[in-house]
Every structure is written in structure tokens, then in C-alpha cells.
Design a protein around this ligand. Sequence first.
Ligand SMILES: [Zn+2]
Length: 219
Amino acid sequence: GEVDAQTGMVVNLYDLKRILKEVLEEFDHKHLNLDTPYFRQVIPTTENIARVLWGILARQPSIGRLEKVRLFEDEDLSADITAEGQRTSLTRRYHFSAAHRLYSERLSEADHQRLFGKCGHPTGHGHNYVLAVTVEGAIDPDTGMVTDIPALDRVVRERVVQRFDHRNLNQDPDLAHSVPTGETLARLIWDLLVKAIPTGRLERVGLGETRETSYEYTG
Ligand SMILES: [Zn+2]
């Protein structure tokens, strides 16, 4: 929403905290299937829990217009509800380590130094990459999921993690003639995954290279 001219805030944080505490009380330390009324017919997957929370929070006028509900099941799995509650997506995180050197035959020595600095050093260097794969789609009523997570894990492991983990990116056949930056790698990962997503649609590839630097590709 808009920043309120009097308070300088989009939403009163005190109200928001109080409402969230009240809402979450119903779920905290409960058996979701047995102790809440929401999951008698619906499987309490992360996607469905996020959707229930959206429904409850969207009815709270004092917190303004709800834009997104993001629910983490653990640090590598989260579900987002957006677009007025109409859109569900699931994000799964994966990890791999790889080496690269930012280098191009088409650039002069001076340009290398200016553009890439120490990232262009001939010895190369490594990163612990964090890959976030977001799949958007309808929640399957039989599984409660946007996508088949074990199948997604298999696809990402076979097509991306095994291919790049503990490798030199400059020697990858699809990167040999480009500069293996985060942008280039994120786009290549998109291309490797986009037609292989088990169910749902690939919405975003996020690639964290360092704590400060990350890249996104959305097709
Ligand atoms: Zn680097």
C-alpha cells in the first residue's frame, strides 16, 4: 500500500505483529490435520497451508492489501501465494560449488582488468552457488502440491547439480564460448530445466553467487 503521510508506514507494525500472533496461535504446536478445521479434506502441504493463511490474512482489513504470503517448510522449501491469492508457486533451493574465470578472448587485457578485476585472474576462483528454482501452477487436489518435489529434485540434480558441481564452468561445453558470469549461468540453467519440469511451469531461476550478489532469470 501507500506510505501513510502521518505515520510514515505502509502498515502499523504493532497491529501487524499482533494480528500475526493471533492468527498463528491457531497453528502453532498443533496437529494440522486433527486440531484445525482446514485440513479435513485438504492435504496440509506447504502450498495448502500458505493458501489457508492467505485466506485468513486477506480478511484482516487493518493490515492493508495483502501482496504475498511466503511460507517456509524449511530453509530450502517455500511456497508463495500472490496475485490476489490467485497464484501459487513453490521454490526449492539447491547447492553446488564450481570454479570459473571471467574471461573473454574478444576483450583486451586492459578491458579485462577494468571489467572483471580479480574475477578475471588466470588461476580462476570458486563459489558456493545457491540455486532457487521456482515452479508456478495449480495445486493438484490429489497431492496438494504444485509440482512433484521428488521428481523436481531428480531433474535438477541430474541436469544441473551433477553437471556443474565441483567443475570448472569455463570448460562446460555450453559456457566455453561465453563469459561464465552468474547471468550466463542462470540463463543456461533455465534452458536446461524449462522443458523438464515435472508439473507446473518454471517461473524463475535464482542464482546466488555470494552473499551480496545474486541473479534471476525468468525466461
Ligand atoms: Zn566469480
